[in-house]
Write a protein that binds this ligand. Structure first.
Ligand code: FES
Length: 69
């Protein structure tokens, strides 16, 4: 099964990014990027990080594309 659980370019897991979001109150990809370096290369992780912020999920088994909320 496909598992997507991190920003692969920067090796930052969504679980760790979630912790940072909770600790800082960051509520968007951009806000979170001011606290931790991720998502600055291919940006394929952005829709997953947005979903993580909405639902708390940190492990995904489906392809999410930009524009999906
Ligand atoms: S996977 Fe996050 S920038 Fe490429």
């Amino acid at each position: 099964m496909m598992t997507i659980d991190r920003c692969y370019c920067y090796q930052q897991t969504f679980a760790d990014l979630k912790t940072v979001a909770e600790e800082t109150g960051a509520d968007s990809v951009h806000a979170l990027q001011s606290h931790v370096t991720f998502g600055e290369n291919c940006q394929l992780c952005h829709p997953y990080v947005r979903r993580m912020m909405e639902t708390g999920e940190t492990v995904f088994h489906e392809v999410l594309e930009d524009g999906e909320a």
